[in-house]
Design a protein around this ligand. Sequence first.
Ligand code: BGC
Length: 741
Amino acid sequence: MYFRIEHYAVLVAAMTVAQGARPPEDIERRVNALLARMTLDEKIGQMSQSTSLKTPISEQIRDEIRRGRWGSFLNAGSPADRAEAQRIAMKESRLGIPLLFGRDVIHGYKTIFPIPLGQAASWDPELVSLGARIAAQEAATEGIRWTFAPMLDIGRDPRWGRIAETWGEDPYLASVFGAAMVQGFQGDSLDASDSLAACAKHYVGYGAAEGGRDYNSTWIPEILLRQVYLKPFQAAREAGVASMMTAFNALNGVPVTGDRFAVHQILRTEWKYDGVVVSDYEAITDMIQHGYARDARDAALKAVRAGVDMEMVSTAYFDHLKSLVQAGQVSSTTIDDAVRRILRLKFRLGLFDAPIAAPATASITEESREAARRLATESLVLLKNAGPVLPIVGSAGKMAVIGPLADSPVDQMGTWAMDGRAEDVQTPLSALRAALGRDRIVYAPALKSSRDLSREGFQQAVKAARSANTVLLFLGEEQLLSGEARSRAFLDLPGAQEQLVEEIAKVGKPTVAIILAGRPLTFHDVAAKVGAVLYAWHPGLMGGPAIADVLLGKATPSGKLTITFPRTVGQVPIYYAHLNTGRPAAANELGIPMGNPVNPAGYTSKYVDVDFTPEYPFGFGLSYTTFAYSDFRISGPVLHAGERLTVSANVANTGTRAADEIVQLYIRDLAASVSQPVKELKGFQRVHLAAGEARNVTFSLTSADLAFYNQRMQLVTEPGRFQVWIAPDSTGGLRGEFTVR
Ligand code: BGC
């Protein structure tokens, strides 16, 4: 499937159908009629979201629901609690306004899929969309109708723990995957009982935290904000995303949750966004710590003026909005607009009309497991395969399975898997045992966890390696080292893992490192000591079977990186779509030993103690077969405004195995009124090729695809020369040139 920006149009059409299942005029009429009957207290109640729905539901909460104190609960209650709370809201409150139950359904609900950064490596938006659909069905079964996903932050700093939740570093990819996920969650019709309202978060700039420290300040010039950070949100808006969440961070000195420019000006006025805007967790009162609000009253004033409709967890709205309205500092229109958006969402979801469902439990099915297995398989990225060591042929004798992540269920799931259960996970060890039989596997965890510093288990691991024909080392980072508030200043394998690799390498058996992590790690020396490296992210509950399939050659790896892997943390931030600078480093300046300064040479932009290139570039991933690119063609030398240019190449599978190749389209604007990146992704296709098969892969480009923001913040395509590549990754490929007139 070939993804381009125009595909949003298809998604938008789908969502328009979705929201149009009930005619919009009808919804507007009902919203206004209801609003006219509401007291100010009830309105502010709708603008308030809480976690305090606990089992058993307290008398106080029952009473508050009856009084319309809450519009929504998040991450709270059991299915039975939610059904009961909904009954109270709809049957015992004055106006019968239903509650909206939200939850962090990030990469699966019961069926846990790979972390988003892993899903992105599949370059398969359709499969990602299917994963979101399955998650929606499972969550909706248990009474949840709102998810706080997709996360659309751009991640260019692997120190930041939440990079695990991103689609990587590229705004085009984040846009495509974000839209695909929105469609999966929201389905064909938002008011279907198995649809979830999606929430694009964290609006905006959260991923650019200084030093990769979570919640930290971001300084993003408006031109970069529009060119990179806002793009995926705009795409989600086009795809009909039902809500957005404001971020924790201050953007250029102003916490986004109180930023009228970001929320009111861009989102509401420029994009005409009419969905709900919810704050992040206590982000409204956090503005006091930020030094942007004097107190909770001031914070409520700033957030509501910015355009935040609902307050998550803190209670500044409930405590202060009424008196702010009475004092004339907040207009009743501002309140009504916010409440209108919340009610509109509840109507769109069909909550007013649906019968109160009896509590039910979602279960994992064979189909959901199969989808999780496919997505995990496609997300695996083969980074090295010398020899080749992989795939391991069936007759290859005994295997030593070593390492702290071979059999740790929770670590397979990764961050944000609160509804995933350890007992549902098939670990790599269990999958390999199932595939090969128990007696062909010798298992030695060697370390108790990825952070374990003790070498107590090394001896047994070395013994296991000696007894086997092949060694499979499961290394990386456990679940709790990535995700929210999990920033790292070191990107190498924690604990005594590097020492473990050293000991095992001495045994001299063919060795494969399978690295599970929530971020790009640095493992230069480890990679040098093993024959093959398979990057597995946190692959979800079917990660084990997916890894076993790839190791044993039942599946061919096809994933490619959507984030640049640095050689060392000191190179961060490092990303493919950088500007060229006036003094770019050149290929003949490579060869600098890592960490060992050389005599300075050449006045170019680089380091004296490490090569300027990354360890593994954006778009990179190996296969068990080889592909050859040839016959590059452009339909014409000139692209006129409003016209279309076709770019094509022949891609051949020159090996002996059927495989998927992810073919990428990049462009570069050679001279513009604002310097443009050295490369920018503009399209991709995942193509399946049988052994020996060749296919013509065609992309098209319009002048709109080449547009960028100029200094006056206008989206323009300027005339001039462009380069274009069809490539297997961001560093190679076939290149041509055309001119825009
Ligand atoms: C996170 C959000 C999440 C929210 C609710 C916050 O701490 O930043 O991403 O949706 O909590 O759990």
